[in-house]
Design a protein around this ligand. Structure first.
Ligand SMILES: [Zn+2]
Length: 266
């Protein structure tokens, strides 16, 4: 048999049925945004100097895509530790939250620095946060066909051991069948990363991971994303600001004289 051109030799595309999607942009309430900049402002007022801090972006379990609040964990004294986030620390913070609240990302400030993008250390932190929040932000994205070259179909109680020697995968069914397609669920997870500066700028990314449950095929993607601010009517009250001010005093302990090599790592 001769083919006129090679395109005839192409295997058909595996069947994919889309079930859902990961966020393409970040949703954040005005309240959460105001709170983030308020923390930076309070750090400046309390410590009389701009200082970097980090926190977690929080969502309600029933809407993981929307940042509704900023959680401020105990920031370390040491600048090096504090720019490197450990999963223990994230777990500890998650445990302190009420059960209907989840972490969906992290936020940090570069203070007065004119460094408006993520550093290499920040990128490592994105991965740590994604690993931690993946289980909670996980959702089915698609059913995708797994192309199996020589699938062997066997019928229960009607085959011998030597039938098992054939094929790369066998499917044992309770009735006679002649054709089967194997479809796996592809799950997707995401986390947000936001960096802000005292001057009011912000830069942010969405980090995504997709994984086929049977094939184990995994892809990890990061992309710069826009933020859509949502006005829910909730705003920072004077009482909120006093409470936040106490929290800043208690949780942020500036390392006022970091060695220059640590500044470069931010
Ligand atoms: Zn940074």
């Amino acid at each position: 048999m001769r083919f006129k051109d090679l395109s005839q030799l192409k295997r058909p595309e595996p069947l994919t049925i889309t079930l859902g999607s990961l966020p393409q942009h970040i949703l954040m309430t005005e309240y959460a945004k105001d709170k983030a900049y308020k923390i930076s402002e309070l750090v400046g007022v309390i410590f009389e100097k701009s200082f970097e801090w980090y926190g977690f972006t929080l969502a309600n379990n029933d809407h993981p895509e929307l940042i509704v609040d900023i959680g401020l964990p105990q920031n370390d004294l040491n600048l090096q530790d504090y720019t490197t986030l450990g999963s223990n620390r994230i777990a500890e913070f998650q445990e302190s939250l009420s059960e209907d609240v989840m972490i969906n990302g992290w936020i940090h400030s570069h203070g007065a620095l004119n460094y408006k993008h993520f550093s290499h250390t920040d990128e490592e932190n994105h991965r740590t946060v994604l690993d931690f929040v993946a289980a909670r932000t996980r959702k089915p994205l698609a059913k995708k066909e797994i192309a199996i070259q020589d699938l062997v179909l066997l019928q229960k109680d009607h085959f011998e051991q030597r039938d098992m020697e054939k094929g790369s995968v066998c499917l044992i069914t309770d009735g006679p069948i002649t054709e089967a397609r194997i479809m796996e669920t592809v799950y997707g997870s995401f986390c947000y990363s936001i960096v802000i500066g005292d001057e009011g700028w912000h830069h942010q990314e969405i980090h995504c991971r997709e994984r086929g449950v049977l094939s184990g095929h995994t892809t990890v993607m990061s992309q710069a994303a826009k933020i859509e601010f949502v006005d829910t009517g909730k705003s920072l009250s004077q009482i909120d600001i006093i409470a936040l001010s106490n929290e800043v005093k208690q949780k942020i302990k500036p390392h006022t004289d970091p060695p220059p090599e640590l500044i470069e790592r931010m």
